[in-house]
Design a protein around this ligand. Structure first.
Ligand code: F6R
Length: 607
């Protein structure tokens, strides 16, 4: 989604802002712009990639020591130079950038036009610039307060004015905003990686807070004007983690980081005997003993992790577990109640629908557990309990390592719950723990052997449609494999339970149609083999993901992607890895923008 960057200090603001915007590129955007106070507010903005903006700045440079910048992902108004942020008021003295959506956009637009304001763009953001200007009476913070008082919606708003030339004012309502503290300079960004190479000390701005930023630091107040004390958060992430390393794409780098990610997710949390410590999971044993239903809510890849989680919890704990898309759950009047546990899964911790579903569930009396990758994210702050996935910053829009860490997090959670309810006895807990500890080395071996994956990618590269099938946990993995393929290779792909094929989709299976089957679950192995035979009989080309000990599947599948054998419950962690690589290699063969697929954003902070 949109990225925000701001700087005030004594250095040249433009390169610092441009650098920050480039580090936010992974969020997805369609135009970019900067405003610098260079003897007055000056704006440069351009549709397209940041390079276009850089070229513009080369022709018409901006020099100054205070500025703001933005990468826009269109919501109100198409991507264009005019709709790109920043936006100014008519005088050009007030300038704003903004993430999110102003819901009463139409009313405000009509009000402003009726008062004689001429609007130059189609955006909701421009309205805010005019509102701030109209409300200004000698105090920028007060003007911003009055302006946001009139605006409904979810946003992060950043304002700069020539009237108070050494100050940036920002307000947060749902969309994320952080302040980075330097020596005689202060940064503002929509997320931490934008300025992590410049400072490690951050203030996280919360909902309904206003922050006044100067070179000397930042003062946080509530939107009503009450002072707020905020502890400085020191971030230990390695700045290198946010770089591509030696890999061609962030996605590939992140796939190869997965053994380390599993190790990291487990570190200090799991004993050989299956005892689990989760530092920020605070519920007590009584709560667990009386636990009603476990609800899992999430979107996209995180939802697919939840599909795996549902089966883990049901099988291990014998507790009713429901997984719901967050954007469905929030409108479905769910039967969530006190005594239930809601697990909201989100890499970013900022997905608008997931936040809304989580808040709804919390409001209905459940305990809310955030399974998230981002420390200090909104979801983590909303939650009663937090399980950080510790996957490190994920840059590629297509999620890989965060998904794997979400799976591992759910195994840990199941072990923790099962130890209290008694559903998992000591022997079983130890068995699962040992299986989990073997996973990093096993994933490593999958990453070493990629010849078959390359052959499978060549088979899919020119396909029109691909179908993924599996049963039980294999079906959950097939869902993720299919999403990964479609989002980065733009190939039409669908996943379904293997048993569902003959209820309709089989009509589409003809000679040469590729079918990817995930086949690890021994209890339904023969059933899945029957489905493979059905599609083979119709001339399909079959790629299978199977254990390296499986001697049967080679008789039916054209290509077998082998994974190390585990107990079936743990198979999803290994099984998804060849599918991630398959998607990556297909997209590469098709010459696509792998890390930033068209129309998609890393963090979907609007509905
Ligand atoms: C796909 C992908 C998306 C996200 C989804 C939820 O690769 O990354 O489907 O999983 O937008 O995002 P988070 O996990 O940040 O809530």
């Amino acid at each position: 989604m949109c990225g925000i960057m701001g700087y005030v200090g004594s250095a040249d603001a433009t390169p610092i802002i441009m650098d920050g915007l480039r580090r936010l590129e992974y969020r997805g955007y369609d135009s970019a712009g900067v405003a610098v106070n260079d003897h007055g507010i000056n704006v440069r903005k351009a549709e397209g990639k940041i390079d276009q903006l850089a070229a513009l700045l080369e022709d018409e440079p901006l020099t100054g020591t205070i500025g703001i910048g933005h990468t826009r992902w269109a919501t109100h108004g198409r991507p264009s130079d005019l709709n790109a942020h920043p936006h100014t008021d008519a005088s050009g003295e007030f300038v704003v950038v903004h993430n999110g959506i102003i819901e009463n956009f139409q009313t405000l637009r009509e009000e402003l036009q009726a008062s004689g304001v001429e609007l130059t763009s189609e955006t909701d953001t421009e309205l805010l610039a005019h509102l701030v200007a109209a409300e200004y009476d000698g105090n920028l913070a007060a003007a911003v307060r009055a302006a946001v008082d009139r605006a409904e919606g979810a946003y992060a708003l950043v304002v700069m004015s020539d009237r108070e030339p050494r100050t940036i004012i920002a307000v947060r309502k749902i969309s994320p905003l952080v302040v980075g503290l330097g020596e005689g300079e202060t940064f503002l960004a929509s997320d931490i990686p934008a300025v992590l190479h410049r400072t490690r000390d951050f203030l996280i701005i919360e909902d309904d807070e206003l922050v006044t930023i100067t070179a000397e630091g930042a003062i946080i107040e509530t939107i009503e004007g009450d002072p707020v004390e905020r502890e400085v958060m020191h971030i230990d992430w390695d700045a290198q983690q946010a770089e591509k390393g030696g890999y061609e794409h962030f996605m590939l780098k992140e796939i190869y980081e997965q053994p380390a990610v599993i190790t990291e997710t487990l570190a200090g949390r799991l004993d050989e005997d299956g005892t689990v410590w989760l530092e920020d999971v605070k519920f007590n044993d009584d709560f667990v003993r009386d636990l009603g239903t476990i609800w899992i809510t999430a979107c996209g890849t995180a939802y697919h992790a939840g599909l795996v989680g549902t089966q883990i919890f049901q099988r291990l704990l014998r507790l009713p577990t429901m997984v719901e898309y967050a954007h469905e759950m929030r409108y479905a009047d769910p039967l969530v109640k006190s005594g239930d546990l809601t697990v909201a899964i989100s890499q970013s911790g900022e997905t608008a629908d997931t936040l809304a579903a989580a808040r709804l569930a919390g409001g209905l009396g459940t305990r809310l557990l955030a399974l998230t990758n981002v420390v200090g994210s909104t979801l983590s702050r909303d939650a009663d309990d937090i399980l950080y996935t510790r996957a490190g910053p994920e840059i590629s829009v297509g999620s890989t390592k965060a998904y794997l860490a979400m799976l591992v997090g759910q195994y840990l959670l199941a072990l923790k719950l099962g130890a209290v309810t008694g559903a998992i006895d000591a022997d079983r807990a130890a068995q699962i723990a040992q299986g989990l500890k073997r996973l990093p080395a096993q994933v490593e071996t999958i990453l070493e052997e990629t010849d078959d994956i390359a052959a499978a990618a060549a088979m899919l590269a020119d396909a029109d449609d691909v179908y993924f099938i599996g049963r039980g946990l294999d079906y959950a993995v097939a869902m993720e494999g299919s999403l990964k393929l479609k989002e980065i290779s733009y190939l039409h792909s669908e996943a379904m339970p293997a048993g569902e094929l003959k209820h309709g989709t089989l009509a589409l299976v003809t000679k040469g149609v590729p079918i990817v089957v995930v086949i690890t679950q021994r209890s339904v192995y023969d059933k899945t083999i029957s489905a493979v035979q059905e599609v083979k009989a119709r001339g399909a080309e079959v790629i299978a993901v199977a254990y390296d000990t499986d001697t049967e599947i080679g008789k039916f599948a054209d290509i077998v992607l082998r994974i190390p054998e585990t107990e079936d419950l743990l198979a999803p962690v290994n099984a998804v890895v060849p599918l991630q690589l398959l998607a990556y290699h297909v997209a590469r063969l098709r010459g696509l923008d792998i890390d930033q697929p068209r129309n998609l954003a890393k963090s979907v902070t609007v509905e």
